[in-house]
Design a protein around this ligand. Structure first.
Ligand SMILES: Nc1nc2c(ncn2[C@@H]2O[C@H](COP(=O)(O)OP(=O)(O)OP(=O)(O)O)[C@@H](O)[C@H]2O)c(=O)[nH]1
Ligand SMILES: [Mg+2]
Length: 396
């Protein structure tokens, strides 16, 4: 399936219908008064949050959305029909940005949430309105006004609960494959994952959480156009990070140095993310002889000065992965319960999300600014990094 998380569209509201210039003409009433009716209001364009959508792909195919014009007024005091409003469905988790001012118009976070994005034009008045004691045959009418037209940019977040960090080749995609229906590409070379990997981890029939890969989060990536940058927005609801460490990298690099580089990078990339609870997930234990495993894990934990939870897994054989996702699910459930019961905890969580949101928006704006500069020089530079083919099943 194609996963598209950015799109640009044009919305145009309907014009108001013009007022009508007309006089009554009837048998035996040779000079009837004015009877030109009003136009109808133009239809407006609204967005509406829909949880059945989880990609912006539709907006790649249809980019122009117009609500109906109001009809003009008519004689015999008849008003024109109002134009119908247009409701455009967008995924819950869509941020709506005015592409010209870069102002964030709205965050669609609720199912059924309605956002006005283009106001319909006002109706014009018919000459019936302009009759007065001094002018009994007014020829004056007003035209309908134009409907609002706007260039919009959508940015969608899938809102993962758990984020995966780790060096390229650490086994993040393999882990997602092991615990969800998502089947991202796995290969024995770094940077296999160039697009967001999302997996819905199911526990029982109703319970699930969303796990997301953060591609390209490596040393130095945060100050360049790292791949992870454009993915940051999917992590604003993340409450927990798994730091996946390859216990025996094939290039014989030091797992501890690699882990430290990731931790450093995380702080550069997003200070708010860096403050999230993090679990150490030591992967590829199957590569070590059984009797060496404990000592190697202990050494990594000690040298890192790691005090948080540690999990030992082999993503490829799913050893330990069930215990890991069960623990994460229990932890997430507990966090939500705490936030429901404890106002202070809820406040802290809100603050954290707001900070992540701010960072994501700031990065987005910086990136849009860069893009704008580029496209000033080169006009058809419209479709650069917006399209992704992702082998991800995202269907809870
Ligand atoms: N032996 C062993 N190999 C594993 C394990 N997990 C992953 N691998 C292998 O490690 C390589 C990299 O795995 P990926 O899941 O693609 O790693 P990644 O972290 O997603 O890598 P990038 O997408 O490149 O950042 C593949 O060859 C996997 O088969 C494991 O538990 N044991
Ligand atoms: Mg990968």
């Amino acid at each position: 399936m194609q996963f598209v998380d950015e799109a640009s569209i044009i919305v145009e509201a309907g014009n108001g219908g013009n007022g009508c210039l007309s006089f009554r003409r009837e048998k035996y009433v040779p000079k009837g008064g004015p009877d030109g009716g009003d136009g109808g209001h133009g239809g407006s364009v609204y967005l509406i949050g829909d949880d059945a959508l989880n990609t912006l792909i539709d907006f790649k195919y249809q980019r122009f959305y117009k609500a109906q014009n109001g009809q003009p007024g008519m004689g015999r005091q008849m008003s024109g029909k109002a134009g119908e409003d247009l409701h455009v469905k967008v995924p819950v988790g869509t941020t709506v940005i005015d592409e010209d001012t870069l102002e964030v118009i709205a965050d669609v976070t609720e199912i059924g949430q309605v956002v006005l994005v283009a106001q319909g034009g006002r109706r014009g008045l018919g000459n019936i309105h302009f009759k007065s004691s001094t002018n009994r045959a007014p020829r004056r009418t007003t035209p309908g006004t134009e409907g609002e037209r706007r260039n919009l940019r959508f940015e969608m977040k899938v809102m993962a609960d758990v984020g995966l960090l780790g060096m390229p080749n650490a086994g993040k995609s393999t882990l997602i494959r092991a615990v969800s229906a998502a089947k991202p590409k796995v290969a024995n070379y770094p940077f296999t994952t160039l697009v967001p990997n999302l997996g819905v981890v199911k526990l029982g029939t109703h319970e699930h959480f969303v796990m997301a890969d953060v591609p390209g989060l490596i040393e130095g990536a945060s100050d360049g156009a790292g791949l992870g940058l454009r993915f940051l927005k999917h992590l604003t609801r993340t409450r927990l990070l798994f730091h996946v460490v390859d216990v025996a990298p094939f290039d014989e690099s030091d797992p501890v140095e690699a882990a430290e580089a990731i931790i450093h990078e995380l702080g550069q990339f997003s200070p708010a993310l860096a403050e999230l609870p993090r679990w150490l997930v030591i992967n590829k234990l199957d590569l070590l002889p059984e009797e060496e495993r404990e000592a190697r894990v202990d050494e990594i934990v000690r040298r890192l000065g790691w005090e948080g939870p540690v999990f030992r897994i082999s993503a490829i054989s799913s050893d330990g992965t069930e215990a890991l996702v069960q623990a994460a699910h229990r932890w997430l459930t507990e966090q939500r319960r705490l936030e429901n019961e404890d106002e202070e905890a809820a406040e802290r969580a809100r603050e954290m999300r707001a900070r992540m949101e701010e960072e994501a928006v700031a990065r987005t704006e910086a990136r849009l600014g860069r893009k704008r500069k580029r496209s000033d020089q080169d006009d058809d530079d419209d479709f650069d990094d917006d399209d992704f083919d992702v082998e991800v099943e995202y269907a809870p």
